[in-house]
Design a protein around this ligand. Structure first.
Ligand code: ATP
Ligand code: MG
Length: 278
């Protein structure tokens, strides 16, 4: 296979990766950045080129049935988790993809350890699993709202690293994306939800309460991204004020990860060459 030349280079994408053991400063990362692209148009062409590639790779990944892929999406409200799933996965065979959205835990979930519901949702071999919110909520919203004491949540970073190592050792490739938007961009998007009748259903007054806690969330995110970016499950901070660039960056990282795996179609049964179906 000839190597696929991407307009968004591996070295540029590598800047978004949180190097394990380093400290993330979100205020130093520009959510407006659009890499080598000035305008949406060229990026859109590249996105469609990558989509063709992704669809073919996913088909082989499914047939190969050797490994799993887990995509974790985290963001502030309006950050674009839903939009990322919709636009990046469009055209991919739905049979090979499973999306799990993690809401506030149910009574049954609360009666177990916090990773119980998450482990159950981990993708089986051959599948791409997408977490729309994830176990990271247990060190984000839970920490910001003191839903458990610090002595409880502070132990969770290590649990999470160990849990993700278990998944990785069992054949799961893990990609974690933090969709980085500015507070101003969130204001624009919330206002747009209010102004557009078709988007109002997405607006919740609770979002305003969370918005007031922006700085607390940023601090919690910085800790999660810094402490839980590992070689086996790296975090990427994706500039996400421009939705088209966010989609392209994530698509590129996803295609690169699948290409690195080099999935192959299984060997067919022997002696099929001369069979003619009558
Ligand atoms: P989104 O806002 O992501 O598009 P949504 O609007 O469809 O999702 P919400 O009910 O607003 O649905 O979001 C789910 C809520 O559940 C979020 O406020 C999130 O913080 C909360 N949540 C998720 N996991 C947990 C958890 N482990 N503990 C407490 N709250 C959680
Ligand atoms: Mg919401």
């Amino acid at each position: 296979m000839t190597p696929f030349q991407q307009l968004l280079s591996q070295s540029h994408l590598a800047q978004y990766r949180v190097e394990p053991g380093t400290r993330v400063d979100l205020s130093a990362r520009d959510p407006d950045e659009t890499g080598p692209f000035e305008k949406k148009k060229k990026a859109r062409k590249e996105l469609e080129r990558l989509r063709t590639k992704l669809i073919a790779l996913q088909d082989r990944f499914y047939a190969w049935n050797e490994r799993s892929l887990l995509i974790v999406l985290q963001a502030m409200d309006t950050g674009g988790k839903d939009g990322t799933i919709k636009h990046v996965m469009r055209g991919v065979n739905p049979q090979g993809v499973q999306v799990t959205s993690f809401k506030a835990p149910t009574q049954e979930e609360l009666a177990h350890d916090y990773l119980w519901r998450v482990h159950k949702a981990a993708p089986r071999r051959g599948r791409i699993g997408i977490f729309n919110r994830s176990h990271y909520e247990d060190v984000l919203v839970v920490r910001v709202h003191n839903l458990v004491s610090e002595s409880v949540w502070s132990k969770r970073y290590d649990h999470i690293n160990d849990f993700e190592r278990l998944l990785a050792d069992s054949g799961t490739v893990i990609l974690k994306f933090y969709l980085h938007i500015s507070r101003e961009e969130q204001a624009r998007r919330l206002q747009a939800r209010l102004d557009n009748p078709d988007k109002r259903w997405k607006f919740s007054k609770g979002d305003l309460k969370e918005r007031r806690l922006w700085d607390d969330y940023m601090a919690a995110y910085e800790d999660a991204l810094s402490r839980c970016s590992t070689e086996h499950a790296p975090w990427y901070v994706i500039p996400s004020n421009r939705k088209w660039y966010r989609n392209l960056a994530i698509m590129s990282i996803l295609v690169n990860a699948l290409e690195d795996l080099n999935p192959v179609y299984p060997e067919p049964e022997e002696g099929l060459d001369h069979i003619v179906i009558e």
